[in-house]
Design a protein around this ligand. Structure first.
Ligand SMILES: [Mg+2]
Length: 128
C-alpha cells in the first residue's frame, strides 16, 4: 500500500479549482459544437434558439469568474497570469497563419500587449 497522499488543499480551494475545471470543460464542449455545427447553430431542442457562440460567451464569463475567484483568494497569481499572457503573444504570433488582421485589432484594443517577436519567421511561414 502506498503512503497516504494529500493534495494539501483546503475544501474551499478544491471547490474553486473544481469550478474552474468544470467551466473549462463546458467551454471545450461548446467549442466542439461550434466546430461541428457552426457558431450560429443552436441545439434543435432549444426553444430559445441560443446560438453556440453565445453559449461560448456565457462559458467564457463563467471561466473568467472562476479565474478571478482563484486570484482573489491568492490560489493563483493574477500578475503571473498577465506575464504569461504577454509571453504567449510573443511566442504564438509567429506561428499563427491567419491572424494578421485579428492581431492588428487585438493590438488596437490592448495597445500595451507584447511587442511583435523579432525572431526569424518559422519555416512554415516562409513556405507559405
Ligand atoms: Mg458554465
Amino acid at each position: 500500500m502506498g503512503e497516504a497522499f494529500s493534495n494539501e488543499l483546503a475544501e474551499a480551494q478544491v471547490e474553486r479549482f473544481a469550478l474552474l475545471a468544470e467551466e473549462l470543460g463546458e467551454a471545450v464542449q461548446i467549442i466542439g459544437k461550434i466546430l461541428r455545427h457552426g457558431a450560429n447553430s443552436y441545439h434543435p431542442n432549444d426553444a430559445d434558439e441560443v446560438p453556440n457562440k453565445e453559449l461560448l460567451v456565457k462559458e467564457l464569463g463563467d471561466i473568467q469568474f472562476a479565474v478571478e475567484l482563484l486570484c482573489a483568494t491568492h490560489d493563483i497569481d493574477e500578475a503571473l497570469i498577465e506575464w504569461y499572457r504577454v509571453e504567449k503573444i510573443k511566442k504564438v504570433e509567429q506561428y499563427l497563419h491567419h491572424q494578421e488582421y485579428a492581431m492588428k485589432l487585438y493590438r488596437r484594443r490592448w495597445p500595451y500587449s507584447a511587442p511583435k517577436a523579432e525572431s526569424e519567421p518559422s519555416s512554415e511561414r516562409r513556405e507559405g
